[in-house]
Write a protein that binds this ligand. Structure first.
Ligand SMILES: O=C[C@H](O)COP(=O)(O)O
Length: 228
């Protein structure tokens, strides 16, 4: 992973699949090249193969099922997303929780497959204990702000600063902040508060011109890190 971490979660909007999803990925790839910034796309499982064939960006799954290979109809365990072309996966997103006792095992399995992991938490108290499980990064998102357009950076800056204090104790795990991030200023603030990147969905996926939003976010992330 390279800093700043910009993670765009496609979720399942009407442009998250099919050709629209690929067109968007290509526009984002252009920005990634232009600014030499890594942009992670967490895409629906059905799109991992197609998008990873079309663009040179780290493609993540949005979730993997913590079940072993075998008789589990409909399940998508980590081996399958790797085979489809994923470089990593989100785990335990607020919209797709897994049980706390499954997290350690699934992270080990993801790591053994050579995949990256971004583990989501909803409060700073979980950052240190989950950080000890050594995901590549923790994404902290107060669930009540997700999709609201009211950013964690502005509405709950203390969530970021406390999470930053906690992640330092875990050592070697990045901290990303998300929920409601809508403007370049939100991105700048999140990084200024100590996050090493941002996670975003609706501000990009619902935008008329998503590439402009992504470019603005990238510029602000670079500025906040003193790289622009
Ligand atoms: O994974 C990303 C988040 O859930 C953020 O969603 P949002 O940007 O729509 O608030």
């Amino acid at each position: 992973m390279r800093l700043p971490i910009i993670l765009i979660n496609y979720k399942v909007y009407d442009n998250s699949f099919g050709n629209k999803a690929i067109e968007l990925a290509k526009k984002i790839e252009k920005i990634s090249r232009e600014y030499s910034v890594e942009i992670i796309l967490a895409v629906p499982a059905t799109m991992i193969y197609r998008i990873s064939q079309e663009v040179n960006l780290p493609i993540y799954a949005q979730h993997v099922d913590p079940v072993p290979l075998g008789a589990h109809t409909g399940a998508i365990p980590p081996e399958l997303v790797k085979d489809a072309g994923a470089k990593g996966t989100l785990i335990n997103h607020s919209e797709k929780r897994i049980r706390a006792d499954e997290i350690d095992d699934i992270l080990k399995r993801i790591r053994n497959l050579g995949l990256e992991s971004v583990l989501c938490v909803d409060r700073y108290e979980l950052v240190f204990p989950f950080g000890l499980l050594k995901p590549n990064a923790i994404l902290i998102e107060p669930p009540e702000l997700i999709g609201t357009g009211i950013s964690v950076s502005k509405a709950k800056p203390e969530v970021i600063t406390k999470a930053v204090d906690e992640i330092k104790k875990a050592k070697g795990v990045y901290l990303i902040a998300g929920a409601g991030i809508s403007t370049g200023e939100d991105v700048f603030k999140a990084i200024e508060l100590g996050a090493q990147g941002i996670g975003v969905a609706s501000a990009v996926m619902k935008a008329k011109e998503p590439e402009k939003v992504v470019e603005d976010f990238v510029i602000n992330a670079l500025k906040a890190m003193g790289k622009f």
